[in-house]
Structures are given as structure tokens and as C-alpha cells.
Design a protein around this ligand. Structure first.
Ligand SMILES: [Zn+2]
Length: 249
């Protein structure tokens, strides 16, 4: 299969726009099998131009995808952010624009310090869903609130849409940029939560923050039971037909 590696041209009210998904897992995560090589064709086909790779306690997935995109000559169409979904002692946090891996099991405060020391951004993801076992604990969220740079106000995997609204209320009270995230663990889930923004390169934290502030959060929420059944089906399908094959929707 030769993937169509040409970005789409999508306009809204005459302005070219792109999608941004800041919460995606790859084969570098223990619970995900999506091959790095599968992303560029999928992203371009869905006008996803900015993608943050946020593997569980791993950083190499994002670096490998950046390299792959460069090798394909797509680095002027597809901007990959190397991130990490970091397990702290009190739940998870995401670091974006990281230079190297941050180890798990630090305190939330030390994790934030490590992210900032690398020039990275702190993103609070699925922070308001009490059924998310690994969400950052409310006490910890309160302690690091001043250091949060971005709030994920649409996560496609929450147990109830209300928890996304709670995140949006929290972000808006602090005037923080919001983003959508798919929390994708299969290729087909990539892009189910996104921000739409005017098309522009995003290579630095400042450019990302500006794009988010100019953008709008979107997403399609999936009831958890259906998401679970679908994930099992997609995993079965990809084992039966070879890793990374795209399944029909
Ligand atoms: Zn995640």
C-alpha cells in the first residue's frame, strides 16, 4: 500500500485550518501497539498537522516519529511534539517539548520542575474524571495549578462528558489555553479529540500556545463500554491482518 502523503487543504470561513491532537500513544507505550510508521499517512489524511506523542513513561516514541517524518520529507506539513505521559506519585501529568525522558514516581512538583527545566510545557490531562485511576489527584492539581500551561478539556476517553466540562471550567477560570486529546491507543482513535486552529507551523512551545489560543476544542466522545469493545475488535483485526493495517471505520 502506498500511502497518500499529501496534506489536505481544509478551510473554514476562507481560512486554511489544521487539527491538533496533543495526547497520542504509540508502540513505545506498554499498552499500545500502533507502529511509529503508521502515523504520517493517517495524520495527513485527517488534516492532523500537530501531534503530541505522549507515551506512558517513555519519550523515544515522539523522537522516533519526528525522525520518521523528517525522513519522509514531511516536516513542513506535519509537526510532531515529543512528549511523555508521566506517572507521578499522585497520578499522571503530561510533559510536552521534552528533550529527554523524565522518570516516573517523582512527586508532582518534581515532575513539573523536570518538565520546565527542559523548556517543556505542563499539560493537565483527564484531570477531572474520578473514574480515571491515574488522574492527578485533586490535592496535587491544586498544588501545581500555577505551573499548568495547557488543560486538556476534551479527552475522548472520559467516563462522562461532564468531566470535560469541569476541566474547561477550571481552565477558563485560570485563562489557560485548552486543547483536545484523543488519548488514542489504536491508530483509528488518533484524532478523536482535537483542537482546530489556523494552519501554521508549530515547532516551539510559544507557537503551540498561540495556535491553541487561536483555536477551538472539538471531539467525539465515546461511551467507555463501546470504546472498550471497539478497542478489542481493532486489536483483533490488527493481529489478524498484520501490525498497523488500517481497519475500516
Ligand atoms: Zn494517555
Amino acid at each position: 500500500m502506498t500511502p497518500d502523503l499529501q496534506g489536505q487543504h481544509v478551510e473554514r470561513d476562507g481560512v486554511p485550518v489544521m487539527r491538533i491532537d496533543l495526547h497520542v500513544h504509540t508502540e513505545a507505550s506498554h499498552d499500545c501497539r500502533t507502529p511509529i510508521q503508521a502515523f504520517p499517512a493517517w495524520c495527513l489524511a485527517h488534516n492532523l498537522r500537530v501531534l503530541a506523542v505522549t507515551d506512558h513513561d517513555q519519550h523515544w516514541g515522539g523522537v522516533a516519529l519526528q525522525q520518521h517524518v523528517r525522513d519522509l520529507g514531511l516536516d513542513d506539513q506535519l509537526w510532531i511534539i515529543a512528549g511523555e505521559e508521566i506517572t507521578t506519585r499522585e497520578g499522571e501529568l503530561i510533559g510536552l517539548f521534552l528533550q529527554e525522558r523524565i522518570p516516573p514516581n517523582l512527586t508532582p512538583e518534581d515532575t513539573v520542575r523536570e518538565i520546565k527545566a527542559q523548556g517543556g510545557l505542563v499539560m493537565l490531562q483527564h484531570g477531572f474524571d474520578p473514574l480515571k485511576r491515574y488522574r492527578l489527584r485533586p490535592e496535587a492539581t491544586a498544588r501545581i495549578a500555577d505551573d499548568v500551561d495547557i488543560v486538556e478539556t476534551f479527552n475522548a476517553r472520559l467516563s462522562r462528558p461532564q468531566y470535560n466540562r469541569d476541566a474547561a471550567t477550571w481552565a477558563q477560570a485560570r485563562h489557560l489555553p485548552e486543547c483536545g486529546g484523543s488519548d488514542a491507543h489504536t491508530l483509528q482513535d488518533v484524532g478523536e479529540g482535537w483542537s482546530e486552529a489556523p494552519l501554521q507551523p508549530v515547532r516551539t512551545p510559544e507557537e503551540l500556545l498561540a495556535a491553541l489560543r487561536a483555536g477551538q476544542v472539538h471531539g467525539s466522545w465515546t461511551p467507555p463500554v463501546w470504546a472498550f469493545v471497539r478497542k478489542q475488535w481493532r486489536n483483533l483485526w490488527s493481529s489478524a491482518s498484520g501490525r498497523g493495517r488500517q481497519t475500516p471505520e
